[in-house]
Design a protein around this ligand. Sequence first.
Ligand code: AMP
Length: 146
Amino acid sequence: MISLHKEFLGTTLPDLIIPVERVAHVQVRNNLEHSLLVLTKTGYTAVPVLDAKYQLHGLVSTTQIMDSILGLERIEFDRLDKMVVEDVMNKEIPRLSLSDSVEKGLELLVNHPFVCVENNEHVFEGILTRRSILERLSTHFQKLNK
Ligand code: AMP
């Protein structure tokens, strides 16, 4: 257990995050049709919502988009190009700062598959995923077994 702690002690959030240039995202004013295309093509359940200055506004998911076009008797696909991301996105999201500890990230990942990371000016820097933490853990245990 002590060596496991050491493994993470020298690790900072910037070492673990997927950087902004590799994160699929949509913009606040994009329409829902574009967003659904991004989500479907990438296969991700949710992606960050940014503005032109790369400030983080929230997350949007396929479920939120589909829910917003559900009519009483049919799915109203014609509404997809009339609504924009900021009409449906989730603004209440957990956020991490680049200087936060890995422990804080771990705590948030218990309830979220990924958490957005921003700098001091609230500019989006990337995401911390459960996968990156689990990969680190898995490498550690493989080393122990050698
Ligand atoms: P993973 O831990 O890789 O399974 O990712 C969990 C979730 O994080 C995915 O379903 C996406 O919502 C999000 N995610 C992971 N990688 C990316 C990426 N490169 N761009 C955007 N979202 C991502």
